[in-house]
Design a binder for this molecule. Structure first.
Ligand code: GRG
Length: 289
């Protein structure tokens, strides 16, 4: 089975199916989980685990957990009180289909499910309590005030004013970069890797995370709604300072190349096969959606 199929099969199976009283909730969770997406974060977990000698079966619950958190963040990010986006992954946003109340709860439930999956008996039996606790710690801290939520609040506070590059970088490192970095570190932890390897994975994640957000900003001005699967031009509409508005497209492209090369350099520390991670880093720098 290829990686995408393996991730999606496990991911969809985690959504509770026998909750007749809450069918709208589980439908709403499944709607966003099954709406597609590149599955970058779970693929990073699996690849780093393999690179450090880990077993796919043991890494899979952690790969699914991070995709649940990512999906949760997208559902909440699209809500009217946040970015107010009607389309996501080429489909109507969750709240457009299920209503704001259910979308909010579906996000909350996916957040809880991620941590439940990482601490379930079968996950602990396969990976050991140490690995589970370390990964729960990584994921929760990279989601919180120093991670995704911290980035989102900087983003909100920067709306309708000109932010400087330092603030935009701080925002993106937390809002987008933290979860990508978490995926790389968690994969290493799954395989029981040492601190040196975890630090190299962190550096790889940090660099591709910022490159990923710069590409996101570029696509927001150069792509189309159809190609991107969500409305383009939202940064200008929301009067947001971005890498593109601060540096221009050409300098942004140079930075993406530089960051991608720095990410590739970080992989030199590993003895194993890094080809897929290199491909992933390069494909993110040239992605069209
Ligand atoms: C989830 C802890 C938590 C808090 C919610 C709303 C919010 C606080 C944070 C927003 C985080 C966010 C949506 C950042 C944007 C990250 C980003 C560029 C997402 C797009 O990622 P892709 O391109 O999406 O990997 P696909 O659709 O391919 O999965």
């Amino acid at each position: 089975m290829d990686d995408l199929k393996m991730i999606e099969k496990a991911l969809y199976a985690y959504v509770p199916s026998e909750l007749p009283f809450a069918k709208a909730l589980t439908d709403s969770m499944s709607y966003s989980l099954e709406a597609g997406g590149k599955r970058i974060r779970p693929r990073l977990v699996l690849e780093f685990s393999r690179l450090c000698g880990g077993d796919d079966k043991a890494a899979l619950p952690f790969a699914c957990a991070i995709e649940m958190i990512h999906t949760f963040s997208l559902i909440h990010d699209d809500l009217p009180c946040m970015d107010d986006d009607d389309m996501r992954r080429g489909k109507p946003s969750n709240h457009k289909v299920f209503g704001e109340d259910i979308a909010l709860l579906a996000g909350d439930a996916l957040n809880c499910l991620a941590f439940e999956v990482m601490s379930r008996d079968d996950t602990v039996a396969a990976s050991g309590a140490d690995v589970c606790i370390k990964n729960i710690n990584i994921l929760s801290s990279y989601c919180g005030t120093d991670g995704m939520v911290g980035g989102q609040i900087i983003d909100l506070e920067n709306e309708n004013k000109t932010a400087d590059l330092e603030s935009v970088t701080d925002c993106d490192r937390k809002k987008t970069g933290a979860l990508i970095k978490a995926a790389c570190e968690m994969g290493c932890v799954c395989a029981g890797a040492d601190e040196e390897k975890i630090a190299a994975a962190r550096l790889f994640g940090e660099n591709i995370g910022i490159a990923f957000q710069i590409v996101d900003d570029i696509l927001d001005v150069t792509s189309s709604d159809e190609e991107l699967g969500k409305p383009v031009g939202s940064d200008i509409e929301n009067n947001k300072s971005t890498y593109v508005s601060l540096l221009g497209i050409e300098e942004c492209k140079r930075r993406v190349d530089r960051l991608t090369n720095e990410a590739l350099d970080a992989l030199k520390l590993f003895d194993g096969e890094t080809e897929l991670l290199k491909e992933l880093a390069l494909s993110l720098s040239t992605r069209k959606n």
